[in-house]
Design a binder for this molecule. Structure first.
Ligand code: SAH
Ligand code: SF4
Ligand code: F3S
Length: 447
């Protein structure tokens, strides 16, 4: 009999990408191999997101489209995993009775049991119990691409921002031991990964008896073969001077911080339960830029939070301007049932949300271009990641700040090398340049 195959589609954030790789590892142990062709699969999993209404809509549409596949292949196992599974639980089965399995983010250890008992029983299986302890410490993910390895170091969130569903879908904060993280980093390096991204819903709330986030970062930075380290997503409240100093001390920790602002108005920040003021956020930005000059910042912003006035929105624009973020993820507020903000009675009309989003996107587009243009004439470290989509004669790679650069290939280097690239121009969100050879560099430096 040929080997059974699974297909997995991932929605939402990098934490889900990591979890899909964990699930892949479990399925490999059960004798399943991965396929990218959904029609060949014996088991299909959707690892879902619930952060905004649209995220759930996308999954619902996908599930609708899978019904006919399921009807034609009765033995096919269809599983819904992740945050939307956790959020909707059995309700998913009411509208979609052809779904077999619903598992929340803390229930993936159940997968082998489900697969193995599948032959005897075709019953539905739902498990959405959240755990205070589950960190999948002993499991190894089955990774796919070869540059960056995502490594989850903590799970859950205790911050309860009033707009956010994550504390409900991911449960309470818990951290993995430093030892198990180090083991996973070493294994990823052995497998050829050169960049490590440490992940958590609130990555810098990491805390174990072995140390806090800053000390974990320092230990990972010392592991041989790790060319670059990133982390996401931190909460501004948990960023301290010690962390920034560790970042500046180690060359392989990227000088890039994703620093979610959400809003620039103190009244809205308070209503969001974000625990910092506009002033404190701006002071944090200065502290970071003082210790790490040129540190690249990116952010997340929500427009149209309940009660947000036009002038409060303008304060957000002002903070965006002052912070000079290199890039930003920008969203219209989406009410999530069960969260505090969804019950506020002063919800903002869609047309205002849309026009505020457009103004913000336009402003950020100009800032991104301006920040990239500042690099023209500078020589920056770029990690070569792949062939450029524009030409097979060019490579594209990322800066420490996570921005893309395109440049001519050079036979003395290969993918996964870090090279010096002199930036010549910037268009949209991309920069263009040329590799600088060490000899030329020496000449430039001597001149
Ligand atoms: N833990 C991270 C964020 C995780 S969610 C942090 O604290 O920053 C990723 C982003 O989605 C958030 O930063 C926020 O900007 C956005 N988001 C979360 N809930 C949302 C909602 N209900 N509507 C619109 N955007 C939302
Ligand atoms: Fe959501 Fe706030 Fe937790 Fe981030 S810190 S995951 S926005 S509750
Ligand atoms: Fe979505 Fe869950 Fe991540 S809600 S953003 S997949 S933590």
């Amino acid at each position: 009999m040929s080997q059974k195959k699974y297909y997995i589609e991932t929605y939402g954030c990098q934490m889900n990408v990591y979890d899909s790789e964990l699930v892949g590892g479990l399925l490999n142990d059960c004798g399943y191999s991965i396929t990218n062709d959904i029609s060949l699969a014996d088991a299909i999993f959707l690892n879902t997101c619930a952060i905004r209404e649209k995220a759930e809509e996308t999954v619902n549409n996908k599930l609708d489209s899978l019904q006919s596949l399921k009807n034609n292949k009765p033995g096919l196992l269809l599983g819904v995993l992740g945050c939307m599974a956790q959020n909707l639980k059995d309700d998913i089965l009411q509208t979609k009775p052809y779904v077999d399995v619903v598992l929340g983010p803390d229930s993936y250890r159940k997968i082998p049991e489900i697969i193995n008992s599948r032959n005897n029983s075709m019953d539905h299986y739902v498990d959405t119990r959240l755990s205070k302890f589950e960190v999948y410490d002993d499991m190894f993910p089955s990774r796919r691409e070869g540059i960056n390895a995502w490594i989850s170091i903590m799970r859950g969130c205790d911050k309860f921002c009033t707009f956010c569903i994550v504390p409900f879908t991911r449960g309470r904060e818990r951290s993995r031991s430093i030892e198990s993280i180090e083991n996973e980093v070493k294994k990823a390096v052995q497998q050829g990964f050169v960049e490590i991204t440490l992940l958590g819903q609130n990555v810098n709330s990491y805390r174990t008896s072995g140390g806090d986030f800053a000390s974990l970062l320092e230990q990972v930075a010392q592991i041989k073969g790790v060319k670059r380290i990133r982390y996401t997503s931190p909460h501004p409240q948990d960023i301290n001077k010690e962390l920034i100093e560790i970042m500046s001390k180690y060359e392989n920790i990227c000088n890039h911080i994703h620093l979610p602002l959400q809003s620039g108005s103190d009244r809205i920040l308070k209503r969001m339960n974000r625990t910092y003021t506009k002033q404190e956020f701006l002071e944090l930005v200065s502290m970071i830029k003082n210790i790490i000059p040129g540190c690249v910042l990116s952010t997340d912003i929500i427009v149209g939070f309940p009660g947000e006035t036009e002038s409060e929105f303008e304060e957000t624009l002002e903070v965006v301007q002052k912070s000079s973020f290199n890039s930003a993820f920008m969203f219209k507020y989406s009410p999530r049932p069960g969260t505090k903000a969804s019950e506020y009675t002063d919800q903002i009309d869609e047309e205002y949300k849309q026009s505020r989003l457009e103004s913000l996107i336009n402003l950020q587009r100009d800032i991104t271009l301006l920040e990239n243009q500042k690099n023209i004439g500078r020589t920056i470290d770029v990690l070569i990641e792949k062939d450029s989509k524009r030409s097979s004669l060019k490579w594209s790679g990322r800066t420490e700040g996570n921005m893309w650069v395109i440049f001519d290939k050079d036979p003395s280097y290969s993918i996964k090398d870090i090279v010096k690239v002199k930036i010549n121009s910037a268009h949209g969100v991309t920069m263009f340049g040329d590799i600088v050879h060490s000899l030329e560099r020496e000449k430039n430096e001597a001149a």
